[in-house]
Design a protein around this ligand. Structure first.
Ligand code: UD1
Length: 424
């Protein structure tokens, strides 16, 4: 089992470039199934989730060329077939194959999605959306079987009971080729949804209102090829900005869309972090004394649940009492015991994280339990004095492109070592 080993306490400086958004690309790749010609994606991050999706697409018959950050997918040979279990189960975003296969073939058989353990992650809204579009949905042998009648899906009015990124994108995928008009009410508004709608529209779809809470889709018969640049990863950007604010001696973060990070940046400003915000970069100055703040996660444009764990080590360096409430995933707290073992004054009571700072963290052996908890531990290890060893790092490599190289470029002492199975 590979481990990340960090010698912490070093100040970081320089420039780091943010990669394409993980949560976009994991939807953009399955969306290409709907095209009748090759589609090229630029700005594709080098993460293991992309490798898993490529393998699944190839197994279904797609032809793929991948060079650097450019991914060309020819979907013409794709056949609707039962999804292989292993890969599907490790990937949360594999649920997008339900929407795209249903949209293209009127039928899909997809194993239940896996991904990070953040507590219960139901897909009932996805299923309700597919049913509204005319699909019969059955659960057979650990897989969902979706089937529309011989005419395929048909447009519908769908009110989402809860705001869900995944359900909004999935229904969009299933509806772009449906007969007639679909309206998704109470839709999620995340930038990744706009990115997927932009790709689909450039392929010939007719989607209006992506980025608002009402999305209107006029079904079309054919979707063609196109070329599309993936938007920058706002969560990766927020992770590096937090790190720069904690132990930076001047760090410039390139390829950032500030508007995607407004609520996050506002929190940092409230703490006293100084930044210069430019069109596509953010420069973070060395921090003076920082003030602790409270955080409550919410749907976009609120504070992202995915940034709650990565910002925690920064909060621990600041002065005062603070709390974090995750209203999206209240069990997203697995980083807390690990940070406590590094010496942090942090605990969970009734699903709320309470902290008191400032803290002097000390390196030790810790375990990443999910992607963003892993990012949190990388930051904590870089801030801490002494050596931190992080186990279960495959979670981190699922979602952070070239994380070791990027951190080394800023002067961090961090490396991956091959090791025996975790002892802890
Ligand atoms: C996506 C992101 C994830 C992020 C999350 C919230 C991807 C691949 N993942 O996950 O990184 O943390 O948005 O911003 O883009 N819910 C239901 N029923 C459903 C669907 C969702 O009850 O059918 C609930 C969930 O349990 C959760 C909330 O709705 O409490 C929001 O979840 P959702 O936006 O769907 O998250 P994901 O799309 O899975």
């Amino acid at each position: 089992m590979r481990k990340i080993v960090i010698n912490g306490g070093k100040r970081l400086r320089g420039e780091v470039t943010i990669s394409g958004a993980k949560n976009s690309v994991v939807a953009l790749i399955p969306a290409i199934i709907l095209a009748e010609e090759p589609v090229i994606l630029d700005g594709v991050p080098d993460i293991s989730d992309v490798e898993s999706l490529k393998d699944i697409m190839e197994m279904m018959g797609a032809k793929i060329k991948h060079e650097g950050e450019t991914l060309e997918i020819d979907p013409r040979g794709i056949k609707s077939m039962p999804m292989p279990y292993g890969k599907i189960n490790s990937l949360r975003a594999s649920y997008y194959f339900m929407g795209s296969l249903l949209g293209r073939f009127g039928e899909a058989r997809v194993g239940l999605p896996g991904g990070c353990d953040l507590g219960p992650r139901p897909i009932d809204l996805h299923i309700k959306g597919f049913e509204a579009l005319g699909a019969k949905v059955e659960y057979e042998d650990g897989a969902m079987h979706l089937k529309a009648n011989h005419q395929g899906t048909k447009g519908a009015y769908i009110f989402m009971d809860l705001v869900s990124v995944g359900a909004t994108i999935n229904v969009m995928l299933a509806a772009v080729k449906a007969k007639g008009k679909t309206v998704i009410e109470n839709a999620a508004r995340e930038p990744e949804i706009i990115d997927v709608a932009t790709l689909l529209n450039n392929m010939g779809a007719k989607i209006r209102g992506a980025g608002t809470n009402e999305i209107r889709i006029e079904g079309v018969e054919h979707l063609s090829g196109t070329r599309h640049m993936v938007i920058p990863d706002r969560i990766e950007a927020g992770t590096y900005i937090s790190l720069a604010a904690a132990i930076g001696d001047g760090v410039k973060i390139d390829n950032v869309i500030y508007e995607h990070l407004e609520s996050f940046i506002a929190k940092l400003q409230e703490m006293g972090v100084e930044m210069t915000i430019r069109e596509d970069s953010i420069y973070v100055y060395p921090s003076q004394t920082l003030k602790m703040v409270d955080i409550k996660t919410y749907h976009y444009p609120g504070f992202a649940t995915d940034l709650q764990q990565p910002i925690t080590p920064l909060l621990l360096t600041s002065i005062g009492y603070g709390k974090i409430q995750d209203t999206i995933y209240e069990k997203r707290i697995n980083h807390v015991p690990e940070l406590a073992r590094m010496g942090a004054n942090i605990e969970v009571k009734s699903n709320t994280i309470y902290m008191q700072g400032p803290n002097e963290l000390t390196g030790t052996d810790v375990v990443a339990t999910d992607l963003r908890a892993g990012a949190s531990l990388v930051l904590a290890g870089l801030i801490a004095s002494g050596e931190t060893t992080i186990h279960n790092i495959e979670f981190i490599l699922r979602g952070y492109s070239d994380i070791i190289e990027k951190l080394q470029g800023l002067g961090a002492d961090i490396r991956i070592v091959e090791g025996k199975a975790s002892q802890i």
